[in-house]
Design a protein around this ligand. Structure first.
Ligand code: NAD
Length: 333
């Protein structure tokens, strides 16, 4: 039995994490949840944004499954997501984007994995605002060690999973120092993996190529902000935010979460698609060595995705979050 820290999150978080809990229970997955929340919800209840009990639980269990957490725009507290990633040095943000039968998309044949550096760059929290002069500085700091670690993670993943190519997305034509540091780190790492093709593309061209011919990409590696934007772009290529999963991985701890946010526009209405959260849970099962359970649930999910009427509205169905989850449970049999 694995003990996993479960963070329900804000907005649609409690609905979609409940769906995952129900499906895992029906599939008799050997996990027990230690449920603790953070963010706006705990702040409203107890005045704490990131309770110590949650940090202790993650420290103990080393694995978490997290619903989305709301971050106020342009004011208020710093993102709890970023705080958790930096606190546990979860330097890899791994986000697969795959076209799936039953999920409508403009494309077919996409099967790529994005490796986003997760603790540095413009998300370092180094911001200064001089109101008098009307100047705001947002400092993007990356380190050679951080570049090496994320590039190595991307190549090691490619080698382990029989992938053919790693593409680095950067802006080294303008950000000459930081960009070339990332390119050089990636090139150095690539020499350890001679069977894997290494290429690099400037981020603006990368966006155009992704929209134009996404099936050419295999593994993509990039810095924090570019990865944040590219991963939502990739979600749009394969059916939207309701279906794409993610993992924040460090050397000791990992937290799995959907790419999407707390979706306040549909929260509490039973409209949220639980697929992204469930797929993040399946990545977690692979991580803890329970691939058999992951495969069985994935088969049930894929069968359900073909039954349009059993799916949520974003996939063209009319089912609620819990009805969709129940259909997946029915298909487990
Ligand atoms: P969002 O991802 O929450 O929503 C964007 C759009 O996608 C909305 O129309 C929403 O209804 C839809 N959507 C998202 N998830 C869906 C699902 N599972 N099923 C169906 N539709 C879904 O992005 P946003 O509105 O820009 O951000 C809302 C909040 O979430 C912000 O506070 C932001 O900071 C936070 N956020 C958190 C995380 C995280 O916890 N990792 C990630 C991104 C955004």
């Amino acid at each position: 039995m694995h003990t996993i820290t479960l963070i329900p999150g804000d907005g649609i978080g409690p609905e979609i994490t409940q769906a995952v809990k129900d499906i895992f229970a029906a599939a008799q997955v050997p996990v027990q949840w230690e449920e603790l929340n953070a963010g706006q919800t705990t702040f409203d209840q107890s005045g704490e944004l990131l309770p110590q009990a949650l940090l202790d639980s993650l420290e103990r269990n080393k694995v978490g499954l997290k619903g989305p957490l709301t971050t106020p725009v342009g004011k208020g507290f710093r993102s709890i997501n970023i705080t958790l990633r930096q606190r546990f040095d979860l330097y890899q943000n791994v986000r697969p984007a795959i076209t799936t039968e039953g999920i409508a998309s403009r494309y077919s044949g996409i099967d790529l994995v994005l490796f986003r550096e997760n603790t540095e760059g413009l998300y370092s929290g180094l911001e200064v605002y001089d109101e008098r002069l009307g100047i705001a500085d947002s400092i993007s700091r990356i380190t050679l060690e951080g570049c090496h670690k994320i590039c190595y993670a991307a190549f090691a993943y490619a080698a382990k999973h029989g992938r053919k190519k790693v593409t680095l997305a950067h802006k080294a034509n303008i950000l000459k120092l930081a960009g070339s540091m990332m390119i050089n780190a990636c090139r150095e790492v690539s020499r350890e993996f001679p069977d894997i093709i290494f290429e690099d593309k400037i981020i603006d061209n990368m966006c155009m190529q992704l929209v134009n011919k996404p099936e050419q990409f295999d593994v993509i590696v990039t810095t924090n902000l570019f990865g944040d934007i590219l991963s939502d772009l990739c979600a749009g290529l394969v059916g939207g935010l309701g279906v794409v999963s993610g993992a924040n991985i460090g050397d000791t701890t990992a937290i799995f979460e959907a790419v999407h946010g707390s979706a306040p526009d549909i929260a509490g209405q039973g409209k949220a698609n639980p697929t992204a959260m469930l797929r993040s849970g399946l990545m977690m099962l692979h991580h803890i060595g329970e691939a058999g359970y992951a495969d069985r649930i994935e088969q049930a999910l894929n069968a359900t995705l073909k039954q349009k009427d059993k799916c949520t509205g974003d996939l063209g169905g009319k089912a609620s979050t819990s009805e969709f989850a129940q259909a997946i449970i029915d298909n487990l049999a």
